[in-house]
Structures are given as C-alpha cells and as structure tokens.
Design a binder for this molecule. Structure first.
Ligand code: AMP
Length: 376
C-alpha cells in the first residue's frame, strides 16, 4: 500500500517514519524541492493546485492524507474523486476559516470565546462595542503560529489593527484570560472507533509552541472527559478518519475551544516515545483501516521544541531519557527544526531532566516552565 501525502514537512516525514514500520510506502507532494519528507520518501515537487501533479499522486497512492491545513479544499476534493482522502475534505474546509470553524463549534454546543465576523471598519467598531476590549483580531484564513493576529487593548490599537489587517476578512474574539493552554489529540478509525491521548499542556513563546507536557498538574479526569466529549462530537459529525487536534483554553475550571487542526499536531509529538502508540502510527492505522493502537501514556513525558538553531546533538543525547528528532531542515530564526522528547520514571526525574535540557535546547527560555509543575 502506498500513502500519498499533501505536504512534505516534518509532519509528513514523521507520518512516513511511523508508517514504514508497518510496511507502507509514501509519496509526497510539496512545492519545495528541499522538503524534509523528501529525505525519507518519494517527493514530487509541484503546487497543490497542479491537477497534473495531483493526478499523478492519486495514481501512485492507495489513500491520500495531508499534513497541513492550508491545502486548497478544491485539490482535496479533486483527489477524493480518484482515491480516498482522509481526513475528509470537509474537515479541511471547516478548519481553514476561523469563522466557519467557530460557528461549527457553536452548532455542536462546544464553548468558544465570544466572536464576531469583521469585514468593514463599521463592523469592527460594532464588535468592539458588543464584546468589549481586550480582543484578539485574526485573519480568517491562512494564520498560523500567531501570525495574522493582534491583541487589541485600547482604541488606538483598534485603529492600528484596522490599518494593518483591514484588507483581509477578519474575525475578532474576546481575549480569554486563560490559566492554561491545553490540547486534546484524538483519532478515529474507518469503523468509527475513537481513541484519545491524555490532555496536553502547552506553553508558547512569541506565538510558537515551546513545550508540551501530557497529563500536567492541570489534568483532571473531569477535564479529560469533557475534552474527549467535545472532540468526539467533532469527529463523529465530520465522519472523521485520522488524527485530530483541538486546542483549548482552561479558565476557571472550564474548557473553551480555540481551534482545531485536522492532522497530526506539534503538541502530540511526545507520543512517539511517551505513548503506547504515537499519533503518527495511529494516523496511518486509521487511514488504512487498521485497528487503532492504545493511546496510553507509558510514563512521565514532555516535549521541547527546537526552534531556530539545532543544539549540539552530543549534549542533548547525553541527558538520560532525551530523544532527539531532527527534521533535516536548514536553520533559520523562528523555524521549527526538531523536537526533543524527555522520558523519566517519575515526575521529579522529569523536572530535573527538563531543567538540564532547557539551557541546551532553548537557551532563550526565561526559566523552567514552573506553571507546569509547581514544587510538590
Ligand atoms: P491561534 O493561532 O488561534 O492558535 O493563536 C495563537 C495563540 O494566541 C494561542 O495559542 C493563544 O496563546 C493566543 N490566543 C489566540 N486566541 C486567543 C483568545 N481568544 N484569547 C486568548 N488568547 C488567544
């Protein structure tokens, strides 16, 4: 069986690395000739709307998936006429527009921040009136890692944001004064079976994920059950097949959904060593119609992203329990170049190992992410 993948970045690469052990082959389509998945699979270079390339991908593949959510929906639908595409193109469509996505959550009874569509200065002023400052203003499409968004705290910020972003279709959202940022990773098979990994706590800096901790001290069985119920509604409504990530804010014991990603997700990278079955393997199992694997966490784990500069491998690997995943990408500021999973036997040992690794992996971190594990 050959799996076609739209996108040849690190997510595609890690899907392939997991799929090879099951005996699958992979072919990628990506506009970049240097894409990191090309080191581990057959990379075809072309744009995502090139019908010739898409047809070629379909001919070579038994099933097609995608590793990022800005693939044109039209291309996913075109492919779906030729070969099964999972997750279903409808999932791609709803997640590409922040307004559609929020309205979809509302229809499913899933809490979101208050929001309003904005396509004129008048609508922006009305939204500011109705929801009240502070707000976040975001482009409806093509935003990622905090790009295409601004926080509005004053009237002057409103003017400024309109100048900067007013040309695009926009959404404004109430700024949630959250205590924690969490995500729920889930997978649904072709037969409708669903599984969920433990809730992950995520810390960002400059809009980019830095550290993920599954089952952090914010975790409770009640939160897990609620997050699973929300994810299950999304999965079942879309007839979803594959891995889905949903990002959540935790505030006053309540979960508020920020956004979803219809794909494997950075906050699930810890599962490669930290869970019985990784998000990548379960994604492959799901889209091939194979039984899903256990999502059980095998022990205390965390993930540190490697951003901008690859640390010396010798130093990372000298830390007991550290597993380096380098994506084979050229270094440049702000670029995700890899991640390190840290495993330990106990929470104390995990914290000690993170403190040892942080200066090596993320020297600009202001200190250990204490919010994740207050001293016992
Ligand atoms: P997003 O691109 O929507 O995931 O936003 C990037 C980051 O901005 C999130 O991880 C949050 O830290 C922050 N953020 C986005 N929307 C909101 C919101 N409505 N309230 C508070 N923080 C937000």
């Amino acid at each position: 069986m050959t799996v076609g993948v739209l996108g040849g970045g690190q997510l595609g690469r890690m899907i392939a690395l997991a799929g090879y052990t099951l005996g699958q082959r992979f072919v990628f389509l990506d506009p970049g000739a240097e894409s990191s998945a090309g080191h581990v699979g057959n990379l075809r270079v072309g744009t995502y709307d090139d019908e010739e390339r898409l047809s070629e991908l379909a001919r070579k593949s038994d099933v097609v998936t995608y590793e990022f959510e800005n693939v044109p929906v039209g291309s996913a639908r075109f492919l779906n006429e030729l070969v099964p595409v999972y997750p279903p193109p409808a999932a791609l469509e709803v997640s590409q527009d922040r307004l559609d996505e929020k309205q979809f959550f509302v229809r499913l009874g899933i809490p979101t921040p208050p929001f309003a569509a904005v396509s004129s200065r008048e609508e922006l002023d009305q939204a500011v009136q109705r929801i009240g400052l502070p707000l976040v203003i975001k482009t409806r499409r093509f935003g990622y890692d905090g790009k295409g968004q601004m926080v509005l705290r004053t009237e002057a910020d409103v003017d400024h944001a309109w100048e900067a972003l007013g040309a695009a279709l926009l959404i404004v959202e109430g700024l949630v004064p959250f205590e924690r940022e969490l995500s729920i990773l889930s997978v649904r098979g072709k037969d409708g079976e669903t599984r969920f990994w433990p809730l992950v706590e995520n810390e960002h800096r400059d809009g980019v994920l830095r550290i993920s901790v599954p089952k952090s001290d914010a975790w409770t069985p009640e939160l897990q059950a609620r997050a699973e119920a929300y994810a299950a509604r999304v999965l079942d409504t879309l007839g979803y097949v594959g891995v889905l990530a949903i990002e959540l804010f935790l505030k006053d014991g309540e979960l508020v959904v920020n956004e979803m990603a219809p794909r494997v997700h950075n906050s699930g990278h810890w599962t490669i060593e930290g869970a019985e079955t990784s998000q990548f393997e379960n994604h492959v199992r799901a889209i091939l119609g194979l039984p899903l694997g256990s999502t059980r966490m095998v022990g205390p784990s965390a993930m540190l992203n490697v951003i901008g500069k690859l640390p010396p491998k010798e130093r990372v690997l000298a830390v007991e329990g550290a597993h380096l995943h380098a994506y084979g990408k050229d270094a440049s500021p702000g670029r995700k170049l890899g991640h390190v999973t840290i495993r330990a036997q106990s929470r104390e040992e995990l914290c000690a190992r993170i403190e040892e690794l942080l200066p090596i992996v993320d020297p600009d971190a202001s200190g250990p992410p204490k919010s994740l594990w207050p001293p016992a």
